[in-house]
Design a protein around this ligand. Structure first.
Ligand SMILES: Cc1cc2nc3c(=O)[nH]c(=O)nc-3n(C[C@H](O)[C@H](O)[C@H](O)COP(=O)(O)OP(=O)(O)OC[C@H]3O[C@@H](n4cnc5c(N)ncnc54)[C@H](O)[C@@H]3O)c2cc1C
Length: 386
């Protein structure tokens, strides 16, 4: 029997595990982290590597360790040339990952790692029984659900038919089955107007200069962060916590999230590539297409764009993650808002000894819930309630 079991070993799962261990709320042998990957934070590392993201968008005080300046101190001894970028000291991806690996090593999280996919969670007397896809049953006194929406790939309406008709030529950038992008045949269209699309466009334009078109529905939205920094603290969270109607909270989250936005440095790189004719940027939607033997012709406004491959950088479906959570909700009579997301207390407890983090905690934490800062705040709330 474990004391704590964390479902999902991404940034959120690793942050709470680190907090539990470093605050001495659990011993390594009494902690179990279940995740289908072979190592911690695998999905994060794969997704960010795939788009060759150089620097994180978030500042250096956002990381998986307990002490806020842990990453900054680590950066000082790093051998990397430019480990931080700009006034917010945004860490390089390499530094962030090396620091995470160091924290994971210090806390011996791999000792608590159990490779598997959770398919069911049920209460038995005063503990939880967690079942994996292999039929294993693991028992724990407390459970934290730290899964994300990152597996729910969003294919936009205009591209659905195209993706079904030409599955070998149209791919979501975070698709598990997507092969090596450097072996893809150009010309290539990238669909999407946010930071993922921008990073991807920079990568692909360097790989295939003059053969990449970025197609986006709206002009670039320039914002340093993906929500106003006031949401990190009481300035915005204070009034938000006073809102008792969860439909209004959901509306506020939607409004606060600066979806499809890019920070200045990334936009500068895009503009430079455009000026150098290495990248074409088109504002508009694919309203029709023609499939040919070798090419796809995408009709955007009055343009016909001839490509061999289309990459969708269109994000994730916002629906509540984890199909198996439905059964748990019914069995334990757990509260959910109209949007389907959990209503939890301020300690992120959905019912006694069952906690949530990440998107599942967003009605309590607010628009930053999915980010690294949200992971830290969630971990602080859970640990300080123990
Ligand atoms: C390209 C990109 C760049 C980003 N950059 C930033 C940034 O700079 N700053 C920032 O603050 N945020 C950033 N984010 C947002 C956020 O921090 C990341 O999405 C981060 O990966 C979220 O961590 P997570 O642990 O919630 O999710 P994930 O990394 O997706 O981890 C969840 C884990 O849960 C596992 N899981 C799912 N279902 C089950 C199950 N049934 N049983 C067991 N395990 C399960 C998954 O396999 C996965 O390993 C970025 C996101 C993306 C996509």
């Amino acid at each position: 029997m474990f004391d704590w079991l964390v479902i999902g070993g991404g940034i959120h799962g690793c942050t709470i595990s680190t907090y539990l261990i470093k605050h001495r709320k659990v011993q390594s042998e009494k902690l179990c982290i279940i995740d289908p990957h072979s190592e911690p934070m695998a999905r994060w590392k794969r997704n960010t590597a795939r788009i060759s993201m150089q620097y994180l968008r978030s500042p250096s005080v956002h990381h998986i360790d307990v002490h806020p300046f842990s990453l900054q101190h680590f950066g000082k001894i790093a051998e990397e040339h430019n480990p931080f970028y700009g006034m917010y000291k945004r860490p390089s991806l390499q530094l962030f990952n090396e620091h995470s690996d160091k924290v994971i090593f210090e806390t011996n999280l791999t000792n608590s790692w159990h490779r598997g996919l959770v398919t069911n969670v049920q209460k038995v007397m005063d503990f939880w029984e967690v079942t994996t896809e292999k039929g294993e049953i693991i028992r724990s006194k407390n459970v934290i659900i730290a899964i994300s929406v990152n597996e729910q790939l969003l294919i936009p309406d205009g591209a659905e038919e195209l993706a079904v008709e030409s599955p070998n030529r149209v791919h979501h950038i975070f698709d598990d089955n997507l092969g090596d992008l450097t072996e893809m045949r150009a010309p290539i269209a990238i669909i999407g107007g946010g930071i993922t699309a921008a990073h991807l466009a920079i990568k692909m334009a360097k790989e295939y200069p003059g053969e990449v078109t970025l197609i986006k529905r709206h002009p670039f939205r320039l914002h340093d962060f993906d929500s106003d920094p006031g949401w990190l603290g009481l300035k915005r969270q204070g009034p938000y916590r006073k809102v008792k109607d969860y439909t209004i909270r959901r509306e506020q989250i939607k409004e606060a999230r600066l979806k499809g936005s890019v920070p200045r440095d990334v936009l500068h790189k895009i503009k430079r590539l455009e000026i150098e004719h290495k990248l074409r940027v088109v504002d508009g939607e694919v309203n029709s297409y023609i499939t040919e033997q070798e090419y796809l012709r995408l009709n955007v406004n009055s343009l016909s764009i001839k490509v061999r491959n289309v990459l969708l950088a269109t994000g994730f479906l916002p629906t509540r993650p984890g199909e198996w959570v439905e059964k748990l909700i019914e069995a334990e009579n757990l509260s959910c808002a109209n949007c389907g997301y959990p209503i939890v207390n301020k300690d992120l407890e959905w019912c006694p000894h069952l906690y949530v983090m990440g998107p599942l905690a967003e009605l309590e934490i607010g628009p930053i819930a999915r980010n690294v800062s949200g992971a830290r705040q969630a971990a602080e709330r859970i640990v300080s309630s123990l």
